[in-house]
Design a protein around this ligand. Sequence first.
Ligand code: PLP
Length: 227
Amino acid sequence: MTLQENIAAIEDKIAEACAKSGRSRGDITLIAVTKTVPAWQIGESISLGIQHIGESKIQEAERKLPDIKGISSVKKHLIGHLQTNKAKKAVELFDVIQSLDSERLAEEINKQAQKLNKVQECLVELKVSEEESKFGLDPSKLIDFLNLIRVFGGIRVTGVMVMAPFFEDPEKTRPYFKRVKKSFDEAKETNPGLKELSMGMSNDFDIAVEEGATMVRIGTAIFKGSN
Ligand SMILES: *Cc1c(COP(=O)(O)O)cnc(C)c1O
């Protein structure tokens, strides 16, 4: 499979999920997850129409970004866990930080953004899985958290991000996506700036789209087998 064929197959699947759930393709942002993908290949994906990329690690992004052809035309998302001591770099490198998950991190992002005269766009990462390895805020704490950081002039929260647990059968992720959509809708009532619901990866993005995702983060299904 070529990169182009992989992307076309994903587009077909997104279109199908949109049709099934009465949504339109224009409501969904495709983020190509480029962790471990070499710069030249990320450049190739950009030449094929990719407009958003997602990286997991600050160090890897810092090293690769300058070498990516066409990078200035894409929006860069940090999707991996962010340590407070790397907030400065994250604010320098990324258009969107999708992994905001604590008050302490919010304080640091706010401080660093204000130093750069930047308003940092962030998504709040929610945790819906019991797996130890997953970061994120408990969905029941979302509204309080948003209230708490509302005063931070260096941060604009535009949505919520979540990783569902992995299942062989993607259908099993559906209840997790439904739960997050419900928290998102509840929070939206008092936080009209919430627009983005970032959920769905290679294995389950069609289910996520059916359940209301506005951003899907896809790595393996785009880059696998294409080099
Ligand atoms: C790696 C990663 C993805 C993409 O996963 P794939 O299964 O390769 O599509 C999406 N979101 C996050 C947070 C990731 O770390």
